[in-house]
Design a protein around this ligand. Structure first.
Ligand code: UDP
Ligand code: MG
Length: 320
């Protein structure tokens, strides 16, 4: 049985894989432990799968899975965790933005007795707009959830097999793994690191994918948006109540109001403004409800999280 499992989601990563094999292979030799490296091909359209299979043929400690289509990064990592057999599992990106050399620091903390060791980014070398959005998102999420979510922590982490077992048993479909990892509890700690630039290839996390991930984080771990809808409703009702009182007074004391320049108008603008305002608020509240209902629908359908197309070096008979 392997001791350390490394999990690497790969989507169209043919350019970076040779570098990953060389660098991670060299680092792994310094651990003096048994290990397995599980690469999950998330429905790549390039030669990722062929390259992964060739690597397995050369060194059977490199194992791989291939999805029938692109299921997304969080699902790829979930599948890796599902098939991991190590006493601990390390999740790392394929593009070498998370330096493999840092894994030994994660392992050292694990040997000290921590069950979850996550890496926080001291600095990111991503475009300014991405850094700003990430900065805002982590802070908003912290405000909205009662869980102690870490700021600036990505998916690069080490999980003890106890935590992996708990995560694997969680049935939910919209998997925001950083949240689930925090939700699990156990003894958690972090190490800081500098996030490097992509070693090769292009980013596979499009803005749409990142936005979906952020929404999953917010809506799966917080009921605050629902409360926001309630508060919005209360504030608007209070505002409308005073608006009604004011309009009535204006009608009854028309002469007095006219003296101070507040004579009742024809009413048309007031109606248009209130209809649009109320319509807007109602749509926002419907949208918020829709986010939750959509998620409930996804969960209830109970479709498998992923579909495997092929695998190499792994026992994949136990279906997810
Ligand atoms: N990835 C994946 N499926 C996707 C998108 C990305 O498995 O649909 C993998 C990708 O191959 C990489 C990791 O997730 O190993 C992080 O992706 P990327 O580097 O594009 O994201 P960024 O570092 O820009 O956040
Ligand atoms: Mg990257």
């Amino acid at each position: 049985m392997a001791n350390i499992s490394i999990i690497i989601p790969c989507f169209n990563e043919e350019a970076v894989l040779p570098k990953l094999f060389a660098r991670l292979g060299a680092v792994a030799a310094t651990w003096h432990a048994d290990y397995e490296i599980i690469c999950v091909d998330d429905g790549s359209r390039d030669r990722t799968w062929e390259i992964l299979k060739a690597q397995h043929a050369q060194d059977p400690r490199w194992r791989c899975l291939s999805f029938a289509r692109n299921f997304g990064h969080q699902t790829a990592v979930s599948a890796g965790l599902h098939f991991a057999t190590g006493d601990c599992a390390v999740v790392i990106d394929a593009d070498l933005q998370d330096p493999p050399e840092e894994i030994s620091r994660l392992l050292a903390k694990w040997r000290e007795g921590y069950e979850v060791v996550f890496a926080t980014r001291k600095q990111r070398r991503d475009p300014l707009i991405k850094r700003l959005l990430a900065w805002g998102f982590y802070r908003l999420l912290q405000k909205m959830t009662p869980l102690p979510m870490a700021r600036d922590a990505g998916d690069f982490c080490l999980l003890d097999k106890k935590v992996v077992a708990v995560m694997n048993a969680l049935p939910e479909r919209s998997r925001y793994l950083r949240g689930l990892r925090t939700w699990c509890g156990f003894r958690q700690t972090s190490v800081e690191f500098d996030r490097a630039e992509r070693a090769a290839g292009v980013p596979q996390y499009t803005f749409k994918k990142s936005f979906k991930l952020a929404m999953d984080g917010l809506f799966s771990f917080s009921a605050a948006p629902l409360r926001l809808a309630t508060y919005l409703g209360l504030w608007v009702s209070a505002f409308a109540f005073f608006g009604v009182l004011f309009t009535l007074a204006q009608k009854i004391f028309a002469a007095e109001f006219a003296k101070i320049g507040l004579a009742p108008g024809a009413g048309f603008p007031t109606i248009v403004i209130s209809v649009l305002f109320l319509g807007g608020v109602q749509l926002i509240c419907l949208g918020i409800l829709g986010e939750y209902i959509g998620r409930i629908y996804e969960e209830v359908k109970g479709r498998p999280l992923w579909i495997l197309r092929d695998s190499a070096g792994l026992v994949t008979t136990d279906k997810k």
